[in-house]
Design a protein around this ligand. Sequence first.
Ligand code: SF4
Length: 178
Amino acid sequence: MQGQNKGNLLLYFALFNFTVYNFIMKKIVISSCLLGACTKYDGGHNKKEQILKKLVNMEIISLCPEVLGGLPTPRPPAEIIGGDGFSVLKGNCKVLNNLGEDVTENFIKGAKETLRICLDKGCQIAILKGNSPSCSNKFIYDGSFRGKKVLGLGVTAALLIENNIKVFSEEDDLSGLF
Ligand code: SF4
């Protein structure tokens, strides 16, 4: 009987620790390329040391929406044509790569998968790479493949924001997050 009580106490203690851990640990989704993973379209990364140094006492969920959407690395660069992430999600415009191939479904799949992971993990915050047709929270390229940026969100950033997840980029003031 004493052994059983001790077992129950250990179980309660483990459950208590698990609950406290889940409550106090800030969970944060981050574009994998910002952490140094070579998931960028050209096979490179966008590692940002200043972000890496601040990621203490946080549960980091590193992901790349385009890879989650089934695209290979490296891959041809893609841009949203005639709209932004919100209009892609509504079916009003497409994402094409510079070979003219339609990769809209891959971008939408990657966005949905990212949202699913956020919801499963109870994650309310994401730091996503700026200027990306998937990840950007502010500017995207205009669809001409000439390096011209316009105001607009990427497909994944738009879907997360529609679902009340806060999206920051590496260019934002992140001091309040850490
Ligand atoms: S989709 Fe986002 S995470 Fe993936 S390489 Fe592009 S910017 Fe980085």
